[in-house]
Structures are given as C-alpha cells and as structure tokens.
Design a protein around this ligand. Sequence first.
Ligand code: 7TS
Length: 409
Amino acid sequence: MYDIAKVRRDFPILGREVDGKPLVYLDNAATSQKPRQVLDALTQHYERHNANIHRGVHRLAEESTAAYEEARAKVARFIGAPETTGLVFTRGTTESINLVAHGWGRKNLREGDEVVLTETEHHSNLVPWQLAARDTGARLRFIPVRDDGTLDMEEAERLIGPRTRMVAAVHASNVLGTVNPVERLAELAHGAGALMLVDGAQSAPHLPVDVGSLGCDFFAASGHKMLGPMGIGYLWGRTDLLREMDPFLGGGEMIREVHLDHSTWAEVPYKFEAGTMNVAGAVGLGAAVEYLESLGMENVREHERQLGEYAYRRLSEELEGITIYGPEADRTGVVSFDLPGVHPHDLSQLLDEEGIASRSGHHCCQPLMRRLGVSSTARASFYLYNTGDEVDRLAEALAEARKFFGAFA
Ligand code: 7TS
C-alpha cells in the first residue's frame, strides 16, 4: 500500500478550504484532481519545449514531437497495448467512441445488423451508436441490468448472436460502481463474429487494465479522470481494424497525399489525429500514468474498493431508509444514493456548505435512471487520495442534512 498522507501532499488543491472548511473532494467520477508532477510536466512543456509537432525540423519541434510520442508509448504500456500504433490520442472517451461509431460503424454497419449495448451506458456510449444506427439502418439492442446493479449475462448470451456486429459496454459504471464482466462479453462478441468496444472512462483510472486480457478490440478512456489534464484522452484499437476504418476528422497531418479531388491517408495512428493535437495534454497524461504506476494500480484498486465498501456500510447502517444503488461488495469507489425526503440536488448543496464536493443528477445516464425509477441520484465518487475520515465526514454531513430536512417535513 502507499502512504496516503504523502500522496495527498502531491495534490495542491486538496489543501484548499471551502468557506473555512477543508475541501472533501468526492466528485472524481466527473474529473480527478491533478498531482504536482502532472502540473509540473505541463509547465515544463510550455516553458521549455512548446512547438507544433511532426512539422518542423527545429529543435523545439523535435523535442515536442519526441515528448508526444513518448507519452503515447507510456499510455500504451499503461493499458497493456501490444503496440503504440494502435494508440490514438483524442479529446477523451466521448471523442474516442464517436471515432469508432463513425469510422467503423458507418463503414461496416448495414440494415439488419445489430449493435449490442447495456442499459447502464453513459450517453457517450449510446448517442454515437444511435446516430450510426440511424444512418445505416442497424438496430440497437440492450443487455438489461438486474436489480443488484449487475448485468443480466443470461440475457447477454441470448442477445449476442449472428446479427451482432459490435458489442459496446461500459467497464465500470459511473453510477452503480459495478465492474462489468467485459472479458466474457468480448468472448461472446467474438464467438458471434462481432467486435467488442470497452468504455474504460471509469476503469482505466481505477483498476489495472490490460487490453490483451480483456480481449477487446477497442478501448476508450479520458485523461482528465486519471490525474491528467482535460482535453486529452485516447482510443486504443486493433491496428488491423484501425487501418481499415475511415478517418473521423479530415485536415492537416492525417493525410499521405492530397489532390484537389481526393486524398490518401497517413498510417495509423496519424490517420486519426487531424490538425494540431493537444501536445502538452498528452505530455501531462504521460506524467499522470507514471504517477499511477508509481503507486501501483492494484494498490489503487484495493484502496478504492475498501473506501467504496466502507462508504456503502456506513451510509446504509446510519441513514435509515437510504437507497444505495449498485452491488454491495466488489464495487468501485462510486456510490450513488437516494435519501428519502431530500432531493438529491438539495443534498449536494448542503454537502457543499460543509466543503464536500459531490454530484447530483442523471450522471449522463438517463436510460439507467429510468430503469432505477428515479430522475436523479446523489453521488459520491472516491479516488486514490480519499480517506476513511472523508467517508466519515460525508456520513455525518448526510445525517445532519436529513435532520435539517426532517425539520421541514
Ligand atoms: N463514459 C463513462 C462511463 C463516463 O463516466 C464518462 C464521463 C464518459 C464516458 C465521458 O467522458 P468524457 O471525458 O468524454 O466526458 N462521466 C462523467 C460523470 O459521471 N460525471 O461527469 C462526467
């Protein structure tokens, strides 16, 4: 295990106060905070090396290009990618999935084909497929979620069949804290001759990920949720598939030759990196994955599993009537809940007055909210720097909030 006090000192923002109270940051599923090492990497890049990449022969352009490509190699290694050519930098998970739905989906889907998703998808792994289905005549099917927050795998076995061309599923839910058996889904997909895309937005920051052992064909994630800067993320894809796909965005850098009436494409991954990329962001993300590796992803996973389970226990024992969504054990550090008689929004506002950053809403999972029979939930989401004391502060603040609203009931 790592030294949590030492880790916290690496994150300058964790030292700040909100209205005189120490900040308790529990909105990590939305975005994580950044350690000094990442902030320094960004500053260093802009102070010493900044230049546009792959275009100039001058020293700074060479240094920037090398730093960008090193970052690619670091991220590829972090997720166990067999080669760096399959690692495409994007703005984040949303762009990565749109890239596949556009570049693979529109090229390959036909009327009668099916794309299998789950009921628990974030809108960013649903809406791009709706658009691709609309344009191609393909149909979307959904693996249901059971009441305990796990996927109905028997139904998955029935749904994934000869018409399936793609299975796209979230690895770790941003609402339920469930870790889905994506390895099994990948087996089912491949058994049916389909491909498997994993939305890793909430897994890459929190669990050891190895795309080889997941058995997926595409893996999408966001840098800003894993200690990196905003505006940088990645798509890993099998190189043979990426080569066959259409480009997503056209423009500079993604071409081999341009004529007035047609163009040919650069090799992967450059075919998918049109225009000026977020070079400093990539460098910052490289520093972020080094930081995560220095702690060890097994340790990060274990720390958050303990926090998530402790939060589940404390909240369910001390707040009578509370509903906590998702599985009781083996969860990630995402805890969504509903306290009867208090609107989730009011709850987050009261928590904010105690210096506790949480989130309320549909969490970009409106279909899942309907399945749960609510319009919104409150959510606390933990990361590697959160502590048991912070769970206690959350539990105490919720008990106070309940008293406050009880007074008006
Ligand atoms: N997929 C999942 C599972 C997510 O949780 C999110 C963001 C995304 C995709 C999209 O990531 P982006 O970086 O492209 O925006 N989830 C959340 C959330 O739970 N609260 O705010 C953002």
